[in-house]
Write a protein that binds this ligand. Sequence first.
Ligand code: BEZ
Length: 228
Amino acid sequence: MVLLGEQFPNFEAQTNIGMINFHEWIGNSWAILFSHPNDFTPVCTTELARAVKLMPEFQRLGVKVIALSCNSVDSHVEWIKDIKSYADVTMDDFPYPIIEDVSRILSTKLGMLDPDELSKEGLPMSARAVFIIDQNKKMRLSIIYPATTGRNFDEIIRVIESLQLTDKYKVATPVDWKKGDEVMVQPTVTDNQAKKLYADKLKIIPVPSGKQYMRIVPQPEDSSMSAN
Ligand code: BEZ
């Protein structure tokens, strides 16, 4: 089980594009690794198709995409035909690899297994895990969904936007934030620093405590607002 902020473990795995060394495959990019209970299942098929459609967004954000399910490469290759059909795309090459994990060694190591979701043979299947890993191979987000709940990929893109923004600027994104919305100044920035950085762009929301911690600024878009 990898915790937030920890180095994501390296591994070698067989995929539909051949053997990969995970860290080498990530290179200097960010990465999203998401797991699935089983090939040829309806919710999983909708999710992988959505990831296909979102490839331009992932590329814009510099994020490589990789999936995993507890089936063989042969099964993945057959399933990919269904995913492409459902996504209504005709490209020859599937745009991201799918890891095979028939042995469940990797799913076990990464804490992806759902003990309540069993295969026909009675073995636990991988849950719907989502791991976002940064360019330093650090785990930046981990969400485990139950098999019966498909993921929200808009939320996954939103989190990546927030992580990359808040890495660059000393801001944090409030509830339901979307790209372009106002952001909050991080509590570690002093009032003097905030005034110097943001001048008349800084808004302070009054609260009954009288403490001035609800500090709002427009989303920074260039290096002029960088506090790093
Ligand atoms: C699905 O992907 O549709 C699914 C997989 C396992 C359990 C329930 C649904």
